[in-house]
Design a protein around this ligand. Structure first.
Ligand code: DHE
Length: 507
């Protein structure tokens, strides 16, 4: 009887479409969704698909995403492969509670912890010769490896296996010796660049957003989508120190949009995705272990994507339109918040889907400007960081994902990541704010993500293919210097630029 009622109400919801039985829906899920979103919907390459993680997305928008894909993600469109009824039944499935409530506590973390090498087994001197400040880590998503690259000779020094689907920038300790990786399925790996060894690992969550390393090198903070929490790890051996549930007022909990280190404030700063709040978590204790108690800053809107000024006194962020499909977005564009008062300083006029996380700053006519690519339209917004006015919108040949420059370089580079011109990279003159050259490193193949050498003289571009490459350009003449075969090199990270919080690179 209950089954019949279910079918009647589902048929009413579907407006008379053929209803796919639940077992079929499970089979469709296994065939088309499980590879990226996990067999149990707990997330893998794609996010977890559970009601608690979909609270900001109305079911009708989920149907649209399944049918038409999702901008700025790897989510393809299924309208050609699945019928409307199948798509609607999949949407129903992902809003249903799983059989078992997913949980991942300190005991699970500890059980997963692996120490590959003890400190006593490792040398305090690098086992190879190179300028340690000018090394790059290149994350190769194609076969889940990373390469340590010499930034002077552009010769690979070492290639090693990472966990599946590393996402976001690996984070260095200030001295550049250790680097920490986060995978989408929660694994945190600590790699010793002197010894070229992965030294310890732990699974800190089920579905992880990113990690940050404290400026003093003592703590790692992991932001999770599932469970809804922030996890503090001891940076030396990755032992869990504290789990901070991301709970707002009442019982409402939230995914973490991202967590970053604010070096000048000795704190971590995290934005929540389902509760309009930014949290600042100090990591310095007068004595003993810090309590990692969050200071909660309440906002007018969610921050999905955010960025700081160079002194970390202000945070600017945006809500993503689709995530706010539930009607959450109150402010159009973006917000600027003073980190000390917690008050809104300004609103930003930013059409489309700016990618502030990829924003960079530079000096322009005596003032600091912020430039951000746009994930949904072909433009770069250049904003005066004093008046918060958009001083120029630079038209590009398609939506871009990543933007980069270097203090010592006259140019800012932005990729075209989506659409017919996804093989192009624009080079913008930071003085005239005009595109001076458009490069096409591998016609027909997506090119994106740029990173500079320590001195800003060379720019490295990725060819995003399984049989891809890193292409090295002279950053002044814009001529190609070298091409290194790599397997879908998603991002590259220069030790000096990252540890010095270089203005032209993401933090
Ligand atoms: Fe990323 C960084 C969020 C999709 C490749 N991406 C980040 C960061 C965030 C983020 C919050 C900063 C973390 C850090 O470095 O500590 N990314 C998101 C999304 O919300 C989005 C749009 C949807 C999602 O799937 O989560 C998304 N990202 C992608 C991709 O589809 C990319 C292209 C391929 C992939 O790896 O899944 C991708 N994201 C990257 C890369 C960085 C990144 C290479 C690091 C950039 C850097 O230079 O610092």
């Amino acid at each position: 009887m209950r089954v019949r009622l279910f079918f009647i109400s589902l048929a009413a919801f579907l407006g008379g479409h053929h209803v796919v039985a639940s077992a079929d829906t499970q089979a469709i899920y296994r065939e088309h969704c499980a590879e990226c979103h996990g067999k149990e919907r707990l997330g893998a390459m794609g996010p977890a698909l559970l009601p608690q993680n979909l609270s900001r997305l109305k079911q009708k928008f989920a149907i649209d995403v399944i049918a038409n894909g999702r901008v700025a993600t790897q989510m393809p469109a299924f309208s050609e492969k699945l019928t409307e009824a199948q798509i609607e039944s999949l949407a129903k499935l992902i809003y249903s509670e799983p059989k078992k409530t997913p949980s991942w506590g300190v005991r699970d973390m500890r059980a997963s912890q692996v120490t590959h090498f003890k400190a006593s087994e490792l040398s305090d001197q690098p086992i190879f010769e190179a300028d340690l400040q000018n090394l790059f880590i290149v994350v190769e998503l194609g076969d889940h490896h990373a390469t340590v690259l010499n930034g002077d000779t552009f010769e690979p020094i070492h290639r090693f296996k990472t966990r599946f689907a590393v996402h976001g920038g690996p984070k260095y300790t200030r001295d550049g010796r250790y680097v920490y990786f986060a995978s989408r399925d929660g694994w945190i790996s600590k790699f010793d660049l002197y010894n070229l060894k992965t030294v310890s690992e732990i699974r800190a969550g089920i579905n992880t957003r990113n990690l940050a390393v404290s400026y003093d090198g003592n703590w790692v903070m992991v932001g999770n989508y599932l469970p809804h929490n922030l996890v503090v790890l001891n940076a030396h051996d990755l032992t869990p120190v504290k789990v901070i549930p991301t709970r707002g007022d009442g019982d409402k909990t939230s995914r973490v949009s991202a967590v970053y280190t604010a070096p000048t404030r000795n704190s971590f700063v995290a934005a929540l995705k389902d509760i309009p709040e930014v949290w600042e978590i100090p990591y310095q204790a007068v004595k003993g272990i810090p309590d990692f108690e969050p200071r909660r800053i309440k906002l007018d809107d969610y921050l999905d994507d955010f960025f700081f000024n160079q002194s970390y006194s202000q945070v600017m962020g945006t809500a993503r339109p689709l995530d706010s499909g539930s009607g959450g977005a109150k402010v159009k564009g973006g917000l600027v918040i003073d980190m000390d008062t917690g008050k809104r300083v300004a609103e930003l006029t930013l059409p489309g889907m700016p990618h502030l996380g990829s924003g960079i700053t530079w000096d322009y006519q005596g003032k600091t400007v912020l430039a951000s690519p746009n994930l949904s339209s072909g433009e770069v917004s250049v904003i005066d960081m004093q008046t918060w006015e958009t001083i120029k919108t630079i038209k590009t040949e398609g939506p871009g994902f990543f933007m980069r420059s270097h203090e010592l370089s006259p140019y800012a580079w932005v990729d075209v990541f989506f659409g017919p011109n996804k093989d192009k990279i624009h080079v913008i003159d930071k003085t005239s704010l005009e595109i001076v050259k458009t490069l096409q490193p591998a016609p027909g193949k997506t090119s994106g993500h740029v990173e500079f050498t320590k001195d800003g003289r060379f720019a490295l571009v990725s060819i995003w293919e399984n049989e891809g490459a890193v292409v090295v350009y002279d950053a002044n003449t814009l001529e190609e210097i070298k091409r290194l075969p790599m397997s879908k090199p998603s991002g590259k990270y220069n030790v000096y630029n990252k540890t010095h919080y270089e203005e032209g690179t993401s933090h």
